[in-house]
Design a protein around this ligand. Structure first.
Ligand SMILES: Nc1nc2c(ncn2[C@@H]2O[C@H](COP(=O)(O)OP(=O)(O)OP(=O)(O)O)[C@@H](O)[C@H]2O)c(=O)[nH]1
Ligand SMILES: [Zn+2]
Length: 225
C-alpha cells in the first residue's frame, strides 16, 4: 500500500512520501498511529541500531538515547509531517495600498536531508507582491519552518514554500531563494565544508527579469550561516 502524506496540493512536485511502493509493504499505517505510538515504535528501532553498533545501552549516558531520538523525530525535526502542524497564516487586507514587493529575508532554515537524515542549515529569502492581501510577517518564517521539518530535498522545500504562499496570498507573484549547507556534503562523503546549495522558485511577475533582479539585489546572497 502506498501512502502519500496527504499533501495532494503538491502532487505535481512530489510529495513527502511515507511508504514507497506496492512492493514495499508498510509495517504500520502511519496515519493511524498516535504520536506516542510512533515514539514507542521508533524508540525500539533506534535501540536496535545502537545495539547493532555494539553500544552499551545500560550506560547512563546512552540509555535514554532511543527515547530522546524518537521524541526528537516525531515532535521536532519531522514535526512538519503532521498536517495539523501547518501554520494558519493570518492575512489582512492591503489597506495601505502598498504596491511594491515585500521581502522577508534571512529566514533561518533547519531541515533534514532525506537521503542521509543529516541536517540542512541555511537561510530562506521570500518575496511577494500583494494582490490585495497581506500576510503577517512571522507567518512566512512559520511556513518555512513547517515544510523544513520533514525529510527534504532543497528543491522540493523551495517549491513547497512558494506554492503555499501563492495559495495564502491568492497570487502567483511569490518567489523564494534558499541558500543552505548540507551536512551530508560538508561533514561526510566529499567533506566539502565550504560549499552551499542555492535553489530558487520565481512565480508570476518574478519571472520578469527586472522584478527578479530587484529581489536578488535586496537579498544579495552573502549568506552567513
Ligand atoms: N538534488 C539534491 N541532492 C541532495 C540533496 N541533499 C542531498 N543530496 C544528494 O543526494 C545524493 C545521494 O547520492 P548517493 O550516491 O545515493 O549517496 P552517497 O553514496 O552517500 O553519496 P555521497 O554523498 O556522494 O557520498 C548525494 O549526492 C547528496 O549530495 C538535495 O536537497 N537535493
Ligand atoms: Zn544528504
Amino acid at each position: 500500500m502506498k501512502i502519500d502524506n496527504n499533501f495532494e496540493e503538491f502532487e505535481s512536485i512530489g510529495n513527502n512520501h511515507i511508504g514507497t511502493s506496492e512492493s514495499t509493504p508498510l509495517r504500520h499505517d502511519a496515519f493511524k498511529l498516535s504520536k506516542e505510538e510512533k515514539i514507542d515504535i521508533i524508540k525500539d528501532d533506534v535501540r536496535h541500531i545502537m545495539e547493532t553498533l555494539g553500544l552499551d545501552l545500560t550506560d547512563d549516558s546512552l540509555k535514554g538515547t532511543p527515547n530522546r531520538v524518537a521524541k526528537m523525530f516525531v515532535k521536532e525535526i519531522f514535526g512538519g509531517l503532521d498536517p495539523e502542524k501547518k501554520p494558519s497564516a493570518s492575512t489582512f487586507e492591503n489597506k495601505y495600498k502598498y504596491g511594491e514587493m515585500l521581502v522577508e529575508k534571512n529566514i533561518t532554515v533547519y531541515s533534514t536531508c532525506e537521503h542521509h537524515l543529516l541536517p540542512i542549515v541555511g537561510k530562506a529569502h521570500i518575496a511577494y507582491i500583494s494582490n490585495g492581501t497581506v500576510v503577517g510577517l512571522s507567518k512566512m518564517n512559520r511556513i518555512v519552518d513547517y515544510f523544513a521539518k520533514r525529510p527534504q530535498v532543497q528543491e522540493r522545500l523551495t517549491i513547497q514554500i512558494v506554492r503555499e504562499l501563492q495559495e495564502v496570498l491568492n497570487t502567483k507573484d511569490v518567489a523564494c531563494v534558499i541558500d543552505a549547507k548540507h551536512l551530508c556534503v560538508n561533514s561526510r562523503g566529499i567533506r566539502d565544508i565550504e560549499s552551499s546549495t542555492v535553489t530558487s522558485e520565481f512565480g508570476g511577475r518574478f519571472k520578469d527579469k527586472a522584478t527578479r533582479r530587484e529581489f536578488l539585489d535586496y537579498i544579495k546572497l552573502d549568506t552567513k550561516f
